[in-house]
Design a protein around this ligand. Structure first.
Ligand code: NAD
Length: 499
């Protein structure tokens, strides 16, 4: 069985130490092993990045951008292979895997604009013969720690931009599905990236702690569950590092009585069950304003949930694959049991779902609960599976109060034809990313991605303009060249233009 290796200083290395099994979730078989980095291996990666930094920092942004252009081409040429690897280890369908790769490529495109992005700000004559400018300089060695659910896209949210800004990057991908992430990093080297500018170390808590504790690592981007995000934010900031830590979610879709129901149902099907619900922007709660729209929703959506095409993600034309691990499947089944015990109405039950020929795969069928209430665990916690909960409320205000009271605030959306309701929702909802008749309002690469409340710890959102700010330090320079013959007396009053 092959072992997925680290990529340090442009070379694949196994390092000493432990390994973990990587599974094919559609069959339940262990297909590969992945090396888990020890502290010493992480230090090798840090040393490599540190050595590469002086030259990379001084490489013209236009040259860095050319590497990104070639990288984009290689990603496009290798789409089929990358999608296959994602699907084999994560379980999502090939089409969905290609979709996440394409969204990742958009971040490479944004990073390709490095010369434009890093132009800085300039003012001539801020005082007599005095010019001033702001320069955006790289931080040095920065790190990223990423989750299993987007093994291509989430790393691509981070390192293309960090590298384009002149930093050297250490990536610690999820140990559950690392093959596509590693292949993508190898392609960046094929595109001409100098050794050491990007290093990939696989691993678990040991590797993460080594990155947090290393004084050479100046900033950490994390995406994953909220408890780990909180831990990394606390431990990183305590050591004076810049940290952005994106966490979990519980995303509500509000259905107003005037919603275009057929389109809302299609949108909900994709947003709740796509990728088996393993998306941080998945819709897991439908908040229906009035019983009439709730009853109509149930009537229309139930046949579609029962008709979901479920199977091994590597087969074409499916709607949904398995969950990522046996533990993830058992957790989702546990939540469904809990919802039943709490008195929610289980309208479609996905427990015990079997796919012929894949009896040991980690499958759960599409599941629907109605009459869910805010005191139930299935409402409060992130299930991260193919489970949609319907909550019935009497008004838009009640729906908004429910969402604003929830501890998470990643994404939300409203389905309506009423502009006034939509505007109120956008203005007053306490959530970082909002859709109006758009179920998955994931910002494009030239905006920035991030939730509110316990969905994000830190001041800046990921990628786009906030990503540039995160991966650079502003330096404000004020410069004057006095005329040769002039002599100026000392000034003791604080200088200003208002004299
Ligand atoms: P996870 O928190 O288990 O793992 C994320 C990363 O942290 C992995 O690289 C993992 O190796 C590492 N890690 C795990 N345990 C650790 C520990 N004890 N100490 C240090 N590091 C540790 O998350 P996951 O299961 O891979 O991903 C799913 C979660 O990620 C969900 O909660 C989902 O909502 C969230 N997510 C959020 C976003 C977002 O943008 N807000 C995007 C994708 C996923």
């Amino acid at each position: 069985m092959s072992t997925i290796q680290h990529l340090i200083h442009g070379e694949l290395v196994t390092g000493e130490g432990r390994t973990a099994d990587v599974f094919n979730p559609a069959t339940g078989e262990s297909t590969r092993k992945v090396a888990l980095a020890s502290r010493a291996t992480v230090q090798q990666a840090i040393d490599s990045a540190k050595a590469a930094f002086p030259a990379w920092r001084n490489t013209p942004p236009a040259k860095r951008a050319q590497v990104m252009f070639r990288f984009k081409q290689l990603l496009e040429q290798n789409e089929a292979e990358i999608s296959r690897l994602i699907s084999e280890e994560h379980g999502k369908t090939l089409e969905d895997a290609a979709g996440e790769l394409k969204r990742g490529i958009e971040n490479v495109e944004y990073a390709s604009a490095a010369p434009e992005i890093l132009k800085g700000e300039y003012t001539r004559n801020v005082g007599p013969n005095i010019d001033a400018w702001s320069d955006f300089q790289p931080l040095g060695v920065v790190a990223g720690i990423t989750p299993f659910n987007f093994p291509a896209m989430v790393p691509l949210w981070m390192y293309p931009l960090a590298i384009a800004c002149g930093n050297c990057f250490i990536l610690k991908p999820s140990e559950r599905d690392p093959s596509s992430t590693l292949l993508i990093a190898e392609l960046l080297h094929q595109a001409g990236l100098p050794k050491g500018v990007l290093n990939v170390v696989h691993g678990d808590k040991e590797a993460v702690d080594a990155l947090i504790e290393a004084p050479e690592v100046k900033a950490i981007s994390f995406v994953g569950s909220t408890p780990i995000a909180e831990y990394i934010y606390a431990e990183g900031t305590k050591r004076g590092k810049r940290v952005q830590a994106l966490g979990g979610a519980k995303n509500h879709a509000v259905l107003m009585p005037d919603a275009d129901l057929d389109n809302a149902v299609s949108a909900l099907m994709g947003a709740a069950y796509g990728s088996c619900g393993e998306r941080c922007m998945a819709i897991s709660v439908a908040v229906c304003v009035g019983d009439q729209i709730a009853d109509a929703l149930v009537q229309k959506i139930v046949p579609q949930i029962k008709g979901l095409k479920i199977g091994a993600g590597t087969n074409c034309g499916l709607d949904m694959g398995p969950l990522v691990t046996a533990a993830a499947r058992d957790k989702v089944v546990g939540y469904i049991d809990d919802g039943v015990a709490a008195g929610a109405e289980l309208v479609v039950d996905g427990r015990g779902y079997r796919v012929a020929g894949h009896e040991d795969g980690y499958f759960v069928g599409g599941t629907l609960f109605d009459r869910v209430t805010a005191d139930m665990r299935i409402y409060q916690e992130e299930i991260f599976g193919p489970v949609l909960c319907i909550v019935r409320v009497g008004s838009l205000e009640e729906a908004m109060q429910l969402i604003n009271d929830h501890e998470y605030g990643n994404g939300t959306c409203i389905f309506t034809r009423d502009g006034e309701a939509a505007r109120l929702f956008c203005d007053e909802i306490e959530v970082g990313m909002v859709g109006v008749n758009v179920p998955l309002p994931v910002p494009v690469s030239y905006h920035s991605f991030g939730g509110w409340k316990r969905s994000l710890f830190g001041d800046l959102h990921a990628y786009g303009p906030d990503g540039v700010r995160f991966y650079t330090r502003r330096k404000a320079i004020t410069q004057r060249w006095p005329q040769r013959a002039s002599h100026e007396a000392a000034q003791f009053a604080f200088p200003s233009n208002n004299s």
